[in-house]
Design a protein around this ligand. Structure first.
Ligand SMILES: C[S@@+](CC[C@H](N)C(=O)[O-])C[C@H]1O[C@@H](n2cnc3c(N)ncnc32)[C@H](O)[C@@H]1O
Length: 290
C-alpha cells in the first residue's frame, strides 16, 4: 500500500495515532528537529544525529543555515507577490517556517505541506484548525494560521502530489506557486530520478512559479560529508551528495534568480555572513518558470 494511502486523511478520531510511526529507526525529519534544538525526536534519532555530528560537528550550523535560507527565500518570494506555497518535505514545526513567514507578508498566503514522515502528519493533525488531509477553516481570516493543509506524500511520486485533489482545492495551479524542495532532494537517489520529479512538479504549475531547492554537497569536505552521509544509511532515507553542477541541473529550463546557485549563507543574506559561511556545505537556489 502506498504510504499516502496508509496514512489516510479525513476527520480525526480522538484516539488517532499515526499507523506507521516507528520510533526505533531514525528519520531525517526528527534528526533535523534535533539539530535545530526542537523536542520531537527519539533515542534512535538522537544517536544517528550524534553520529553525524561526530563526523561533522558543523552539521548543526548547516541545519540552522538551511532553515534561515528557507525563511529568506519564502520572504523574498512573498515580497515579489507569490501567495501560494507548496512545501514538499515541510518537516516538523520549527521557527522560520513557510507559513509564518509567508503570512507575515500576505496574511492570506496559502501553504500546503507534503511529507513522507508520519510524525510530520501527526503534528499537523494535532494542530487546532489545520488538520492533515483537510483544508483548514477560516482561510484568510486569521493571522499566522499556519499551513492550510499538510498531506502525506512522497517527492518520488510527484504525479500523486500534483494531482492530489485536496492540494488542488487549496492551491490554484493556474497562478504562480512557490514549489519548495528544501533539504529534501539529497534523500532521493538517482535511481528514483529526482530530476524527473522536479520536472513533473514544475510542469504542473503556472508560468511565474518558482522552484526553491537546497541540497547537501560533497564538493568541499568529501571525507566528513561522506561519513555524515553514511550515518544516514541506518535511517529511513539514505543521503546522496551532489556536486554544484548536479544541483544546478535541477533548475534546467528555469530562470535562476540572483545570486544563482550558491552555498546557503550567500543566498540574499539579510545580515553579516557567518564566520563559517564557506563550511556550510549545502548549495541552494531558486528558479522561475517562464
Ligand atoms: C532536513 S528536513 C527539511 C525540512 C524543511 N524543508 C526545511 O528545510 O526546514 C527534510 C524533510 O524532508 C522529508 N522527506 C525526506 N524524503 C522525502 C520524500 N521522499 N518525500 C517527501 N518528503 C521527504 C523528511 O521527512 C523531512 O521532513
Amino acid at each position: 500500500m502506498a504510504e499516502s494511502e496508509a496514512l489516510g486523511s479525513g476527520p480525526i478520531a480522538p484516539d488517532w495515532r499515526p499507523p506507521s510511526l516507528d520510533t526505533g529507526v531514525a528519520t531525517p525529519a526528527r534528526m533535523y528537529a534535533y539539530y535545530l534544538g526542537g523536542k520531537d525526536h527519539f533515542r534512535a534519532d538522537r544517536e544517528a544525529a550524534e553520529k553525524v555530528l561526530q563526523s561533522m560537528p558543523i552539521a548543526r550550523e548547516i541545519a540552522r543555515a538551511n532553515r534561515a535560507f528557507l525563511t529568506r527565500a519564502v520572504r523574498h518570494l512573498a515580497q515579489e507577490g507569490i501567495t501560494q506555497f507548496l512545501d514538499i518535505g515541510i518537516g516538523l514545526p520549527a521557527p522560520g517556517g513557510t507559513a509564518e513567514t509567508a503570512q507575515a507578508v500576505w496574511p492570506e498566503a496559502r501553504v500546503v505541506g507534503v511529507d513522507n514522515d508520519p510524525i510530520v502528519l501527526a503534528h499537523a493533525r494535532a494542530r487546532p484548525g489545520v488538520e492533515a488531509g483537510e483544508a483548514g477553516p477560516g482561510a484568510g481570516s486569521e493571522p499566522e494560521r499556519g499551513p492550510e493543509l499538510v498531506v502525506a506524500g512522497d517527492v518520488r511520486r510527484p504525479e500523486e502530489i500534483v494531482k492530489h485533489p485536496e492540494i488542488r482545492a487549496v492551491l490554484d495551479f493556474e497562478r504562480p506557486v512557490a514549489v519548495l524542495v528544501v533539504a529534501v532532494l539529497h534523500f532521493v537517489e538517482d535511481a528514483d530520478d529526482p530530476y524527473d520529479a522536479v520536472r513533473v512538479l514544475m510542469d504542473a504549475v503556472a508560468p511565474g512559479s518558482v522552484l526553491v531547492v537546497s541540497h547537501a554537497t560533497g564538493d568541499f569536505a568529501s571525507g566528513p560529508m561522506l561519513r555524515a552521509a553514511k550515518a544516514y544509511e541506518k535511517t529511513t532515507a539514505r543521503a546522496v551528495l551532489r556536486s554544484k553542477g548536479e544541483i544546478g541541473a535541477f533548475f534546467d529550463g528555469l530562470d535562476v534568480l540572483e545570486p544563482g546557485v550558491v552555498l546557503l549563507p550567500y543566498w540574499r543574506p539579510d545580515g553579516e555572513l557567518p564566520e563559517e559561511a564557506d563550511r556550510i556545505w549545502m548549495y541552494c537556489g531558486a528558479g522561475r518558470k517562464r
